[in-house]
Design a protein around this ligand. Structure first.
Ligand SMILES: [Zn+2]
Length: 284
């Protein structure tokens, strides 16, 4: 058995898998993060267990697995497995689930956010795997304007009442980073799509608490804007990962080979997310 760490929740989460492709019946699905977006149907099951859980039916799931995020237990299963079978599975694994919940809780408390406490002059802003100084300056403009060169500059309208602008600056930074994340996604798609004709129908940026990216059945690619806080090579890896799902819809060895064709060092990039992803998910 292996422990799997993923970014299923605000911090980390564990996966437990019933039927995996590579292992026998009861193994832990070892996965970095949930990257798909199956069609969800969710019912909260309240039972004699010390926790409640939801069942999510997924057209893509080939096996049932238990996902534990802080305060949240979910069983992701293909349509074919009866609810009582899933319930038995959860019952059998309840000790594992409780342990995973406790471990996650401890982890959440240890995690330190990348975000500064206040968005004030001199604060350090995470961006593309580095930290940049924030300068706050008055401006005659009517709205907050953000600039980036070797640092972030927040121009604050003189007409704004003086005092705490931290929240407004934070909002402006997030808006700026979302736009930037979109541009960078387009750049990486452009860079890699032509190689094997992996052209998405659309590209969009989302705020997600548990996913880095997804590729829908019509090849619409969504990317989590928080990836802009990660080093560029990690950002690129997630874009390539989703692009490769246009051709291979699962995580088979064929899929990883395709990823490796684009990014021979993808494992290192993936490892970065595995280690740092939880902090990233905490956001700004
Ligand atoms: Zn994937």
């Amino acid at each position: 058995m292996k422990w799997g760490l993923t970014n299923g929740g605000k911090a980390a989460s564990f996966h437990y898998s019933l039927f995996t492709i590579h292992y026998s019946l009861f193994t832990i699905h070892y996965s970095l993060f949930t990257i798909h977006s199956p069609v969800p149907t969710r019912d909260t099951i309240i039972s004699n267990l010390p926790f409640t859980y939801q069942i999510r039916r997924s057209s893509r799931a080939t096996k049932a697995r238990i996902t534990v995020a802080p305060g949240k237990v979910q069983v992701v299963a293909p349509a074919g497995i009866a609810e009582r079978t899933l319930h038995r599975f959860v019952e059998q694994k309840q000790q594992w689930v409780v342990q995973a919940l406790n471990r996650l809780e401890a982890r959440v408390q240890q995690l330190e956010s990348l975000a500064p406490e206040f968005y004030i002059d001199g604060a350090e802003i995470p961006y593309q795997g580095e930290r940049y100084r924030l300068n706050v300056m008055p401006t005659r403009l009517k709205r907050i304007k953000l600039e980036f060169s070797d640092r972030f500059i927040a121009h604050i309208p003189e007409t704004l009442p003086s005092g705490d602008h931290s929240e407004a600056i934070r909002d402006a930074l997030i808006r700026w980073m979302k736009v930037d994340a979109k541009l960078k996604t387009e750049y990486y798609v452009e860079k890699h799509a032509h190689k094997y004709w992996l052209s998405p129908r659309s590209i969009s940026i989302r705020s997600q608490k548990s996913r880095w990216g997804s590729c829908g059945i019509h090849n619409d690619i969504h990317l989590n804007w928080l990836l802009i806080l990660a080093p560029p090579e990690v950002f690129e890896y997630v874009v390539v990962h989703e692009l490769c799902h246009i051709k291979v819809r699962n995580h088979s060895s064929r899929f990883w080979q395709l990823v490796a064709d684009h990014l021979p060092d993808y494992r290192q990039r993936r490892n970065w997310l595995k280690e740092q992803g939880s902090r990233l998910m905490m956001g700004l």
